[in-house]
Design a protein around this ligand. Structure first.
Ligand SMILES: [Zn+2]
Length: 279
């Protein structure tokens, strides 16, 4: 069990974490939101979920006690536990901060009412007093996912790309792995995730994760290469995940197909009807 995350934590002179107070199986202890900057005008990263007065109160207490306002709210991706709180936050303010999010490429944006959302661009920079924040598009978890790099402290706000506990979920393994590479190149000193506690020593954690995925991938390639006939996903599961209990094979199949779709994109595997074969 991970350590309890306090509702409000001043992580450094630059960054304060405000817990979304929306615990659940997918959100763990809740969504972590982060207030960045040292001056009167600050940037909030993620807005928690809709209908959580405790979070709205905690956030406005922080703003009051620090004597600051929100100039911008950056939403890391379209999921309800990150964007849902935006209308509630705005309703509670006497001014209007700018709302930013990277556009989705798969489906329409979620409905958050009549709120202008300014599209983020990969590499975009936000200069707040005390901190410069760079936006990096890191698809995989979702198509619109971004992480934020705070230069002064070499901190990466990873949102749902890397979690503080458990394993990240993703829609597309191919882009997810490329996003991990992108984060690795930054070599962040520490990661502040969207859920769960702070990740110390993130570089070795990401390297381990990539290695584990690549091992699974080469195992799949080996089995397909050795097979005389194309194989179905379930036939592959029975070989590749033979140490996994049978009742978990349907879950393993989902993982395996993530790998297979990535291998198709890499040009190493081909899908014919319901079967897979090596190129
Ligand atoms: Zn989330």
């Amino acid at each position: 069990m991970a350590a309890v995350i306090p509702k409000i934590t001043k992580l450094s002179s630059l960054i304060t974490r405000v817990l979304g107070c929306n615990p659940g199986p997918m959100t763990l202890q809740g969504t972590n939101t982060y207030l960045i900057g040292t001056g009167k005008r600050r940037v909030l990263v993620d807005a928690g979920q809709s209908g959580v007065p405790e979070y709205i109160n905690n956030l406005s207490n922080v703003l009051d006690s620090e004597g600051c306002e929100l100039s911008d709210i950056i939403v890391t991706h379209w999921h309800a536990d990150h964007i849902g709180g935006v209308p509630d936050i705005l309703r509670n303010l006497s001014y209007v901060p700018k709302i930013h999010k990277y556009p989705r490429s798969d489906k329409p944006e979620p409905d958050i009412g009549k709120i202008d959302v300014i599209p983020l661009v990969d590499g975009q920079k936000f200069d707040v007093e005390g901190a410069s924040v760079e936006v990096l598009h890191t698809p995989g978890h979702t198509t619109d996912h971004v992480v934020l790099h705070v230069k002064e402290e070499n901190v990466l706000l990873s949102a749902d790309c890397i979690l503080g506990e458990g394993t990240a979920v993703f829609e597309d393994l191919h882009s997810y792995m490329m996003s991990l590479d992108k984060i690795l190149k930054l070599a962040p000193a520490v990661i502040y995730p969207g859920h769960g506690p702070i990740v110390q020593d993130p570089v070795s954690k990401i390297e381990y994760y990539i290695k584990h995925r690549l091992q699974r991938e080469s195992q799949i390639v080996e089995v397909l290469t050795a097979s005389d006939n194309p194989l179905t996903s379930m036939e592959l599961v029975k070989i590749v995940y033979k140490e996994t209990p049978v009742h978990l094979h349907p879950v393993a199949k989902v993982n395996l197909e993530h790998h297979l779709n990535k291998l198709v994109k890499d040009g190493k595997v081909e899908q014919m009807d319901e079967k897979w074969k090596i190129v």
